[in-house]
Write a protein that binds this ligand. Structure first.
Ligand SMILES: [Zn+2]
Length: 236
């Protein structure tokens, strides 16, 4: 099985689906992760250029720690993620053509900030465009109709999962992967007085209560034409 997780910021996949990434890897799937934005505005002191470089390394370390084969970076500056940009759409489509996934994960179309929402559209639209021949491309066309799951939103507000993955056995590794994003652990504490890892663990515990396990991650499928499947695509 081949799985693609594409978040907005360099730490989003680990926060919202890091346990599921790890569970897929443990069950033998080929997992690819990535981020659309470079996270360049994610600090109060470090300048955007050096921060983007730092965060690319943090994402690489976190993804590889969880067992991802590759970590993609579309390298778009924070607050300028734009789903109407055809170049970004084509680049995303090429990632899908390259990975040729059985299932894709991205943000919910409604989330707490615009870049997450734009990234969601870039990923679903890029997936659709991966099946279109007459667009600029590096790889052979794939399928326009890969099933997609939307990841939980920040704080779980306004998002009711319909699918849960038990990540009790993966929670420890997930939190270590989150901590690979050292710049964010510090920024969240300095800027928001929030313990990043404790926050993520609380979300997982909350979703775990809802489905009767210690820690869980919640998802919702993208229920549109031909994105349904007869297969159980989430890890048991
Ligand atoms: Zn984010």
């Amino acid at each position: 099985m081949r799985v693609l997780f594409m978040g907005c910021h360099p730490d989003d996949v680990e926060c919202y689906a890091g346990g599921t990434v790890r569970k897929y890897v443990e069950q033998g799937a080929e997992v690819y992760t990535g981020h659309v934005a470079n996270g360049c505005q994610g600090h109060v002191v470090i300048e955007p250029g050096p921060l983007a470089a730092m965060r690319a390394k943090e994402a690489e370390a976190a993804g590889k720690f969880l067992g991802a084969k590759e970590v993609f970076n579309l390298d778009i500056d924070d607050l300028t993620v734009a789903s109407h940009d055809p170049a970004v759409m084509d680049e995303m489509a090429d990632i899908v053509r390259y990975v040729r996934p059985d299932v894709i994960f991205t943000h919910n179309p409604k989330d707490y900030m615009r870049d997450h929402e734009e990234a969601s559209v870039i990923v679903t639209n890029g997936s659709f465009c991966s099946g279109i021949s007459h667009r600029p491309r590096k790889y052979e066309p794939f399928s326009s109709f890969v099933p997609v799951f939307f990841m939980d939103v920040c704080g779980g507000l306004g998002f009711q999962p319909t699918h849960y993955v038990d990540i009790t056995q993966q929670e420890e590794m997930k939190l270590k992967a989150v901590c690979c994003h050292e710049s964010q652990v510090k920024w969240m504490m300095d800027h928001d007085n929030v313990d990043f890892c404790e926050m993520v663990q609380t979300w997982d515990k909350y979703r775990g209560y809802q489905c009767g396990v210690k820690y869980a991650e919640g998802f919702k499928p993208y229920n549109v034409y031909q994105r349904y499947s007869t297969k159980n695509l989430l890890p048991d």
